[in-house]
Design a protein around this ligand. Structure first.
Ligand code: UD1
Length: 416
């Protein structure tokens, strides 16, 4: 397990660029399985989760070439339809490979997925989607087998706008006979990126970004290239890193509309933000103000930014209230922040944070991806040294977080 050692108290100043989106890259990488040909992807972040996804693609039989910013995926010779348990356990999003395999080969076998421990995270909605498309599901000793002769285009109504289930519905129905409609679909920008990618390689999908998506089945896809969108959660994290240190930073390569609620909440905290094209300039106030937050599906406030904001609110003036509506177990980081002097009261889905004057450096442990990033931010603002252990969680989803923060004035070293 590796550790970040952070010397706190440095104001962040300067320009930093946002990497490609993790949550857009993962379904797009899975979607490459659908193309019986060669697909080129650009701007895929070099992080643990994308490496796991590429490992699974290789295991299935894809040939993969990587050079600098480009990944070339040749999916012509796939000969396996089973995702091995050890790879599945490494990452929850491996479940979206099921939709892609079913879409192309009408069969897939997988175990229940792993990922960050932030709640029960069942896959019932994914399985319902497959059943709706006429896919036969057999559960057998921890494995789930999906099979069908034809994929029947259908009307799918999701009980909840699950991001992963929406992606699986799209992937599984690209070649369905007829038109599939997804009602109550997730509206996240990553779904739009998946649609744009699939349409670029020949699919016929409409409506992503709204709660109703239609997929007109096609018979084949074509070779093409696609650049993945910037990571909106990394963008929000970097802005919050600026804010918690009282810094002034400029973000490059960001799509500001994707982070509207994050910008609004930072403004409520007293920050001033200016948008110019794909750049955002943030100026921090002398003292941040307490605010209230409720996480919601897009376009509401993202659950993935919940821990990050909690971190900055630990030193805001006043008392903040956070309500986590998406995952039921997403406050594990709070007791670690408590070791640094933060004042949290957690009750079910609610966190009450009483702002303190300052945090003190401490030895803390990352408990999940975003919770880990929250600890790094707290370390940046703390007096003295902070050691964030188990940074493997952070490396799952942030590309070079330490070097990026160091380039704008932080002092972080990595101990392996
Ligand atoms: C995706 C994101 C994750 C983000 C989440 C919500 C990726 C790789 N991950 O995760 O970073 O936090 O969206 O924005 O894109 N649920 C069920 N049954 C299911 C599926 C989901 O009950 O079959 C529940 C989940 O337990 C959770 C809620 O629905 O409480 C939202 O989950 P979902 O939108 O599916 O999130 P993910 O796709 O897993």
């Amino acid at each position: 397990m590796s550790t970040y050692v952070i010397s706190g108290g440095k104001k962040l100043e300067g320009v930093v660029s946002v990497s490609g989106s993790k949550n857009a890259s993962l379904p797009i990488l899975a979607a490459c399985v659908l193309n019986n040909g060669i697909t080129k992807l650009y701007n895929v972040p070099n992080i643990h989760d994308t490496k796991v996804m590429l490992d699974i693609l290789k295991y299935l039989g894809c040939r993969i070439k990587k050079n600098r910013d480009k990944i070339v995926i040749d999916a012509r010779k796939i000969e396996k339809y089973e995702i091995p348990e050890e790879l599945m356990r490494k990452m929850r999003s491996s479940v979206i490979l099921a939709g892609a395999l079913i879409g192309r080969f009408k069969k897939a076998t997988f175990s229940c997925p792993g990922g960050c421990d932030i709640g029960a995270r069942p896959i019932d909605l994914h399985l319902k989607v497959f059943e709706n498309l006429g896919i036969n599901i057999v559960k057998d000793t921890g494995y789930i087998q999906c099979k069908c002769d034809t994929i029947e285009a259908s009307k799918i109504t999701l009980d909840f706008p699950s991001v992963g289930a929406t992606e699986n519905a799209i992937l599984a129905s690209v070649f369905a006979v007829g038109t599939t409609t997804i009602i109550n679909a997730a509206m996240e920008p990553e779904i739009v990126d998946l649609q744009n990618f699939l349409n670029k390689i020949g699919a016929k999908i409409n409506g992503a970004g709204t709660n109703e998506i239609t997929i007109k089945g096609v018979t084949n896809l074509k070779d093409s290239g696609y650049k993945v969108m910037p990571d909106r959660i990394e963008a929000g994290t970097l802005l919050c890193a600026g804010a918690i240190t009282g810094g002034n930073i400029t973000l490059k390569n960001v799509i500001p509309e994707h982070i509207t609620p994050v910008i609004q909440k930072l403004e409520e905290c007293g920050c001033s933000l200016k948008i110019k094209g794909d750049q955002i300039m943030l100026r921090s106030p002398k003292k941040l103000k307490a605010i209230d937050i409720k996480t919601m599906p897009y376009p509401g406030f993202p659950t993935d930014m919940q821990a990050i904001f909690a971190s900055i609110l630990t030193i805001a003036k006043g008392t903040s209230v956070i309500i986590e509506n998406i995952f039921e177990n997403r406050y594990k980081y709070a007791s670690e922040l408590g070791r640094m002097g933060a004042k949290f009261t957690i009750e079910g889905r609610t966190a009450i944070i009483k702002g303190v004057r300052k945090l003190n450096g401490a030895n803390v442990q990352a408990t999940d991806l975003r919770g880990g990033a929250a600890l790094v931010l707290a370390g940046l603002a703390s007096k003295g040294k902070t050691r964030v252990e188990n940074i493997e969680y952070i490396l799952r989803g942030y590309e070079n977080l330490d070097t990026k923060l160091n380039s704008i004035g932080a002092k972080i070293t990595k101990e392996v």
